[in-house]
Design a protein around this ligand. Structure first.
Ligand code: HEC
Ligand code: HEC
Ligand code: HEC
Ligand code: HEC
Length: 123
């Protein structure tokens, strides 16, 4: 009994370590985010973000699902200090594109890391 509880606890820990930052293979060779896997099940998956069918994306697609940047909370545990919140930064406030920091098909360090080099990791 104890052993199986331990195994369960362990697997839960391992599962929670997988976030959207994990890249997985979707639709053949394309890489996408673990947490966006459900999107790729749709046959028009790519258009969810590439709205006009081009390589480029718009923030509107992200915002339609996630809300605007000022409404998306980041767990403070993931920040170096409470001022280093990239969703409410001293420099840009909310006037900054999602993909200045987030990427879908590759790992990328947020824009802030260009100057505050030790504050942010690739995600
Ligand atoms: C069709 C709806 C949809 C679209 C479009 C979408 N997302 Fe998501 N995204 C989700 C859902 C659902 C999750 C998993 C639940 C969550 O964490 O909000 C997620 C997860 C994430 C996460 C990880 C959150 C975590 O739990 O670690 C990030 C970061 C993210 N999305 C950014 C983006 C960005 C940037 C875009 C635009 C390029 C985008 N998403 C487009 C629905 C969407
Ligand atoms: C200036 C950089 C920056 C910008 C711009 C930015 N983000 Fe983020 N975002 C981050 C960082 C850093 C995290 C924290 C990742 C972590 O938890 O380690 C994050 C976390 C998230 C999360 C996960 C929140 C959670 O549940 O923990 C979502 C969803 C997300 N961003 C979506 C967006 C969307 C949508 C936009 C555009 C409207 C956007 N972000 C703009 C840097 C940014
Ligand atoms: C959740 C949103 C999202 C979905 C779904 C999505 N993309 Fe993207 N895509 C992006 C973002 C954001 C970028 C900008 C840079 C990056 O993340 O690589 C991008 C960039 C690209 C690029 C240009 C970058 C390069 O490597 O040349 C191509 C090509 C591309 N996506 C193809 C696809 C295809 C094909 C699909 C469907 C299988 C798809 N995308 C689905 C968000 C998405
Ligand atoms: C082009 C370089 C550059 C970029 C990009 C940048 N910063 Fe800064 N940041 C600075 C400089 C320079 C200062 C002033 C440092 C000082 O006075 O100690 C500063 C100061 C700060 C401060 C206040 C000082 C402190 O240490 O608490 C915070 C918070 C901060 N930046 C957060 C961010 C966040 C979040 C991002 C991404 C959205 C970002 N910065 C992007 C250059 C940059």
């Amino acid at each position: 009994m104890f052993k199986s509880l331990l195994a369960l606890a362990l697997s839960l820990t391992l599962c929670s370590a997988i976030s959207a930052s994990e890249l997985i293979e979707v639709k053949g060779k394309t890489l996408g985010r673990e947490n966006h896997q459900f999107i790729y099940k749709d046959k028009n998956a790519c258009k969810s973000c590439h709205v006009s069918g081009k390589k480029s994306t718009t923030d509107q697609a992200c915002v339609d699902c996630h809300g605007t940047i000022d409404t998306i909370k980041i767990d403070p545990k993931n920040l170096v200090n409470s001022h280093a919140n990239p969703h409410a930064s001293v420099h840009y406030d909310t006037a900054i594109s999602c993909i200045a920091c987030h990427a879908e098909h590759e790992k990328k360090a947020p824009l802030c890391a260009e100057c505050h080099r030790s504050w942010f990791k690739e995600m």
